[in-house]
Design a protein around this ligand. Structure first.
Ligand SMILES: [Zn+2]
Length: 303
């Protein structure tokens, strides 16, 4: 498994806060029209010239899902936003996450941070590609990877994930998530179950943004008038900035996901906040402008 390098494209500064992208596994192809059943073919055709090759693979008609966490250093705290797929996780039938062996922790150290240094892990939602590094395998047991962190997640999301583990109709990979990536954190007393909005400090605030899952949250960063928004899977492809009405097959409540996506993009445009998603290709982040049709991408993220 190749190690992606961390370069200047992966570093951002917002007032007194720094953000670094911590890459995990290599990008993965996901059939575009299966993932977005409502996506018109002509929309992809009209945008293929800029979507390919970083966000779309035309030959297989697949979007490219990239995987990374965001490391946030405020004046007071070191925060990790989402924890990718993890290593050695049993996800039979889910190639994205199954039994990986990636250098994620090395990449974190390369950014100057050891697992012990993380004060908070923010889980935007509890899908397998966002909670994997919550835990690691140690002497045959799953233990919290970040022993000094408080793991922040929505109570709605936690309870749904726990219920899913008991649902015999669901695939085994989905039932395993709670057992190996959430419960060990709860049992260690490190989980904080959030209801409504929650300010971690004066730079970093978590807000409910339901739809993709019912407990999905986003995090708004602000320092000295400069800001960013971590949006989890409220968007999966940059095509959803202009085409924000299109929800994915994986969204639990599609109309609600559209509402949360619109609110997110409106907030980015109004505040000139950088959109920091979990699955976009290079440059991995974008500004959002208001346009006559709603919203437009602004990839000019330098400076
Ligand atoms: Zn995801």
């Amino acid at each position: 498994m190749g190690q992606e390098s961390i370069d200047t494209m992966d570093q951002h500064r917002f007032g007194e806060v720094s953000v670094a992208r911590i890459p995990e596994r290599e990008p993965m192809r996901e059939p575009m029209f299966k993932f977005f059943p409502e996506m018109p073919e002509e929309v992809v055709a009209a945008n293929e010239h800029w979507l390919a090759p970083l966000h779309y693979h035309p030959e297989s008609r697949s979007m490219l899902l990239h995987f990374h966490s965001w490391l946030v250093r405020t004046r007071h705290h070191t925060i990790l936003v989402d924890t990718c797929n993890g290593n050695h996780k049993p996800r039979p039938g889910l190639a994205m996450s199954d039994a990986l062996n990636s250098p994620f922790l090395e990449n974190l150290r390369h950014a100057g941070v050891a697992p012990e240094d993380i004060d908070f892990v923010m889980c935007t939602h509890l899908h397998p590609d966002h909670v994997g590094w919550n835990t690691r395998l140690h002497d045959g047991r799953w233990v919290p990877t970040f022993p000094n962190a408080k793991y922040l997640m929505s109570r709605i999301e936690h309870d749904a994930c726990a219920r899913l583990a008991e649902d015999g109709a669901k695939p085994q990979w989905a039932r395993n998530i709670y057992q190996d990536s959430v419960l060990p954190v709860v049992e260690a007393g490190l989980a904080r179950l959030l209801e409504g909005s929650h300010a971690v400090d004066d730079n970093f605030t978590i807000h409910p943004a339901p739809g993709h899952t019912m407990g999905t949250c986003r995090a708004d960063l602000e320092s000295n008038g400069d800001g960013a928004i971590f949006c989890g899977d409220i968007l999966h492809t940059p095509l959803q900035v202009e085409h924000w009405q299109i929800a994915s097959r994986t969204c639990e409540d599609k109309p609600l996901s559209v509402k949360s996506r619109h609110a997110l993009l409106a907030a980015c445009a109004e505040r000139q906040a950088l959109l920091l998603p979990m699955h976009f290709g290079p440059p991995y982040a974008s500004y959002v402008k208001s346009s006559s049709t709603g919203f437009a991408l602004d990839w000019n993220i330098a400076g």
